[in-house]
Design a protein around this ligand. Structure first.
Ligand SMILES: [Cu+2]
Length: 576
């Protein structure tokens, strides 16, 4: 059935959500639209701070809402960076309660991760600074304040963090005004126009589920589109609500990205589940529509506890012009190296429980509630592990891990994954009575990170663990032998296609013979050896070698120098 026929049929049978009228029925003023034009937060400019405080904003027309704004904006300013940049921002907490900025999905050093233990106290500030080394994609930031995450996010502390790179911009995807970030949140109509945060016991159990969707902070939002292909970067920034995203005529769209950037193929679907903390990137083509027609982005109903799973209209698209984005549905996307479960070194199981099983009304992981000062899991650096999330509850738990991008392996043993499960992930929805297996390898930073449920009521209720990533062996040996042999940062970095690596073998070192076997090898992001640059007995001295990566794909690479039994490793970035 063609789409047009489908709409007519749906309208006749009433079997589907009616296509809304663009214009109000007011006969004297036919050009007044129903709803509010989709808002876009400003972009954070280089050198600008993030100032966090309570302000009154017009969320619903003609009224004011007290929000926790960043730079007087709700949602917070959109941050847009290039892969390879060094990102730095001063966060000024002018709110009366402690806060943090957690960079969700970003691989950053422990002290830049904005964890509850690293609170920025009221009236103080903190500079977050880190290199942006990971894949282009749609990430975000939000408060991670101890016991106040849910309230602060609900009241406004969240925004987009978008990483771009040359690779992606060469793929011919819709860009500029056809590349649209959509933050989906839900608020309570009973408190309108305030963002009152007042969860009862049932809300702690199920999450603080609102009945009014806001898109980029816009209630009853509409967005005027051209008859062309668009890219939408959809972020579920709700405290607890899971959406079953679809178009109101059930037409199909293309999934091209997950939490950690582009997938390795575009996959056509009619709907998908998106849980709090998750992102998905889709392409949708408005060219079959006529000017003046509308279509809604909706959340279809599904069965869940409380109002979880209720049908919702999220955003109305009004087709108003015949502009052309020039974007295409890509025939091929860059490859993703999938982990092999047979290479997993060990299995860790995380069992999720709540009051029915633990008896005290707390949400728990492996029987534990969050303790800021306790280390719950110690995890070796750069070793592949299989993690099992076992949901022993009747609720939905989007499980999020800091400091890593992982891959989903199976749901209840089924390795046939939905398109938004397959790809790089930092958050995975674990449905009631489901076991989800994921493959995890920490390759970027050691230190303390978090594993928690991204239902923010559950998280504040204690459904969170501290995980400690051990230092890589080479760093330990660096500590034993400071300044004795050197592996310099490659130059240039990022590079394409070649770069120079310099190293030095110490002149006098009791632990070495006067000549020492030296190897210098390059590994890819997954730890696979891609090049041997040096493998010979060398005299003490200074050396340099050119690494040519003309036959390798863009990405993070590690180069490891081994002198005798000691190693040093550095990271470099190939950007093609
Ligand atoms: Cu949960």
């Amino acid at each position: 059935m063609k789409r047009r026929e489908f709409i007519i049929k749906a309208a006749l049978t009433g079997a589907f959500i009616a296509v809304p009228k663009i214009y109000s029925s007011n006969k004297n003023n036919k050009n007044i639209k129903v709803g509010n034009s989709l808002r876009f937060p400003p972009e954070l400019q280089a050198g600008e701070s993030l100032i966090y405080k309570t302000v009154n904003m017009e969320v619903w027309p003609g009224t004011t809402t007290q929000v926790l704004a960043l730079n007087n904006s709700y949602p917070g300013p959109t941050i847009r960076v290039k892969r390879g940049d060094n990102f730095s921002v001063l966060f000024e907490n002018q709110h009366i309660i402690e806060s943090t900025v957690h960079w969700h999905g970003l691989l950053v050093p422990e002290l830049m991760d904005g964890q509850p233990k690293d609170a920025v106290l009221p009236g103080t500030s903190y500079t977050y600074s880190f290199p942006v080394t990971q894949r282009a994609g749609t990430y975000f930031y939000h408060s991670h304040a101890h016991h106040y995450t849910a309230e602060q996010v609900y009241k406004g502390h969240a925004g987009f963090f978008i990483i771009e790179d040359e690779n992606e911009s060469q793929l011919g995807l819709p860009s500029g005004e056809f590349d649209i970030p959509l933050l989906i949140q839900d608020r309570h109509s009973v408190y309108k126009p305030q963002f009152t945060y007042s969860p009862g016991n049932m809300d702690i159990m199920q999450g603080y589920l609102g009945d009014l969707p806001l898109i980029n902070g816009t209630p009853e939002a509409y967005f005027e589109v051209q008859k062309t292909l668009y890219r939408f970067r959809i972020l579920n920034g709700s405290n607890a609500r899971v959406y079953k995203l679809a178009l109101s005529d059930n037409s199909s769209f293309w999934v091209i990205g997950t939490d950690g950037g582009l997938k390795d193929e575009a996959v056509e679907v009619n709907n998908l589940f998106l849980s709090p903390g998750e992102r998905v990137e889709i392409l949708y083509d408005f060219s079959p529509f006529n000017l003046g027609e509308s279509i809604n982005l909706v959340s279809q109903s599904f069965s869940g506890p409380g109002s979880q799973g209720d049908q919702m209209n999220l955003l109305r698209f009004d087709v108003v012009g015949s502009g052309v984005s020039g974007g295409n549905i890509p025939q091929s996307l860059p490859a993703i190296n999938y982990y092999d479960i047979n290479s997993s070194k060990r299995i860790r199981t995380f069992t999720l429980t709540h009051t029915m099983t633990s008896g005290d009304g707390m949400h728990r992981i492996n029987g534990l509630t969050y303790d800021l000062g306790r280390i719950d899991e110690t995890i070796p650096f750069n070793e592949l592990e299989e993690w099992k999330f076992v949901n022993d509850t009747s609720n939905l738990h989007p499980m999020h891990v800091h400091g890593v991008m992982f891959q989903v392996y199976a749901r209840n043993g089924n390795t046939h994954l939905s398109p938004n499960d397959k790809g790089w992930k930092d958050t995975v929805l674990v449905n009631p009575n489901e076991t989800v297996q994921v493959l995890v390898k920490f390759t970027d930073y050691s230190g303390i990170y978090l594993l928690h449920c991204h239902n923010l009521e559950h998280e504040d209720d204690g459904m969170m663990l501290n995980i400690k990533i051990n230092q890589p062996t080479s760093v330990k040996e660096d500590n034993i032998l400071p300044e004795k042999f050197e592996l310099h940062q490659n130059y240039p970095n990022p590079f394409n296609p070649s770069t120079t690596i310099r190293y030095s073998i110490p002149v006098v070192e009791a632990k070495f013979e006067s000549t020492t076997n030296v190897t210098l090898k390059v590994y890819d992001e997954l730890g696979k050896e891609v090049s041997i640059l040096v493998n010979e007995v060398k005299q003490p001295g200074n050396y340099e070698v050119i690494f040519n990566a003309f036959n390798l794909p863009s990405g993070v690479y590690y180069y490891k120098l081994k002198v005798g039994s000691f190693t040093k490793t550095r990271k470099m970035l190939l950007l093609k």
